[in-house]
Design a protein around this ligand. Structure first.
Ligand code: B12
Length: 410
């Protein structure tokens, strides 16, 4: 905290909590962080409310989903107090130093300074004309396939092979991105030795702790549904239309009977494709949905470590939890490839960890190919993870945090 006292109001805190803490501690600034685009909308609402209440305290904003343009266009005009756009924690320190020095109105940080040199970042998006469906070159469809079982499969805790999930963890991502171990000025040999002698044992100890204390209590759910595509939409049908042969897949129900219609944006450049194009449009096809969670206990555990002031460990547990959710999502995706027998270039067991060059893709709502976070709701309706305590907020954020859901394209 570089000499500044930080009061953590926790995640998904309401504005009331911010204001209470602001007054209780006579704080010099408020900081808000938004991971998902929806949480940035909440920031804007909070600023409007602060303005309405006549509060003009400096506000520091950050988080993966936030952009400079969002702050300039949707935050600054609605709030009279200073707003600092913090791309990283260091920007946070600089902001606080300026506030302390009485220079709070100097809000230009790294991201804003770029604007002074380059003002072209808000180039209007060129209007592209997307050709009619009939003119879009559709991708070659994979071989006809269907799953061995169409029922939803849900496994939790002891029913899942935890060792297997750990095996799917990408150590490079965990160590370097989540835990922030960087080579810096060290030569590569010294850094690799450090990773082997210090970081790897830290990982092994944490892994043992999470397993022995039963804190890692994963939840895995996936299901297959019959579907058909038309243009940029994917029509999902009830299991009563499942098929077990090519012949049966030709019995397509009327589109009006679809239980869900998922819409995907087309690319704005050639070949103008979208996710729906990768499913059959002349017979029923199979689509899989997955939900992977590191479980309900990790967040509480993280919080308890945080409360003890063990910040480095807190950071490591959080990073490992995140990567466990990702690893479980990879395991589920591999299970789907095995079920559908689309493993031409990889081993035929879950133990064969292959992160690249596999057939098919896993897309999570909120990412570019399916940007609408509301699709999380559709996936929840199809997988019903609420049964295992996993919730979706009104702003489509999943709880517990270390949870991810996806549509799997074969
Ligand atoms: C790891 C990760 C996950 C993990 C863990 C998420 C978590 N809760 O920790 C998992 C795999 C679980 C996950 C799931 C999802 N994710 Co995700 N995820 C990421 C990823 C790769 C990194 C996020 C992260 O933890 N970064 C590390 C932290 C420390 O960085 P940071 O938040 O940016 O904060 C830094 C700065 O921004 C700044 N900062 C932040 N806040 C503040 C505040 C103040 C006051 C200050 C001073 C500074 C500051 O300082 C920090 C340090 O530098 C990002 C992409 C990316 N590269 O950022 C996507 C990303 C956040 N995810 C995204 C999405 C869509 C999802 C899902 C919705 C996908 C899905 N449908 O399953 C879910 C949502 C999960 C949920 N609980 O609802 C999108 C969000 C965009 C959007 N549309 O809203 C992102 C941006 C990816 C993308 N490019 O599209 N995700």
């Amino acid at each position: 905290n570089n000499g500044f006292k930080v009061v953590n109001v926790g995640i998904k805190a309401g504005l009331d909590t911010f204001i209470d803490k602001l007054q209780e501690h006579n704080a010099h600034a408020i900081g808000m962080s938004g991971l998902l685009v929806k949480s940035t909308a909440v920031m804007k609402e909070n600023l409007e409310e602060l303005q309405r209440l006549g509060i003009k305290v400096p506000v520091l904003l950050g988080g993966a989903a936030l952009t400079k343009n969002f702050i300039d266009d949707y935050c600054r005009p609605y709030y009279d107090g200073p707003i600092f756009y913090c791309r990283d924690a260091f920007d946070g320190v600089v902001s606080m130093q300026r506030i302390e020095a009485g220079d709070a109105n100097n809000t230009a940080l790294a991201a804003d300074l770029i604007k002074i040199i380059d003002t072209s970042d808000r180039v209007e998006e060129e209007a592209v004309e997307i050709p009619p469906y009939e003119e879009i070159p559709l991708p070659e469809k994979g071989t006809f396939t269907f799953p061995p079982i169409w029922d939803r499969i849900a496994k939790t805790g002891a029913k899942l092979d935890k060792e297997l999930i750990f095996k799917w963890i990408n150590h490079r991502v965990l160590f370097r991105q989540r835990w922030g171990y960087k080579r810096g000025k060290q030569d590569s040999e010294t850094f690799l030795k450090y990773e082997k002698d210090v970081v790897e044992p830290t990982y092994q100890a944490l892994k043992a702790e999470l397993v022995d204390k039963d804190i890692f209590d994963p939840i895995a759910i996936y299901a297959y549904y019959p579907c058909i595509s038309h243009d940029n939409k994917l029509y999902i049908f009830d299991k009563k239309y499942l098929f077990n042969s090519l012949e049966e897949s030709k019995n397509v129900p009327p589109l009006s009977e679809a239980i869900k219609v998922l819409e995907f944006p087309r690319q704005k450049r050639k070949p103008f494709r979208c996710i729906a194009d990768f499913f059959a449009n002349d017979r029923l096809d199979v689509v899989a949905f997955t939900l992977a969670s590191a479980g309900l206990k990790i967040s509480d555990y993280e919080r308890s470590i945080y409360d003890k002031g063990e910040f480095a460990k807190y950071y490591q547990v959080h990073g490992l939890g995140v990567e466990l959710a990702e690893a479980l999502a990879e395991v589920l995706h591999k299970q789907i490839r095995l079920d559908l027998d689309i493993v031409p270039k990889e081993g035929h067991t879950l133990n064969d960890v292959q992160m690249k060059q596999y057939v098919g893709c896993r897309y999570s709502p909120g990412y570019a190919a399916c940007p609408d976070l509301a699709m999380n709701r559709d996936i929840f309706d199809l997988l019903n993870p609420e049964e295992f305590g996993i919730e979706l907020s009104e702003t489509f954020q999943m709880h517990p945090e270390q949870t991810t859901c996806a549509i799997v394209v074969t």
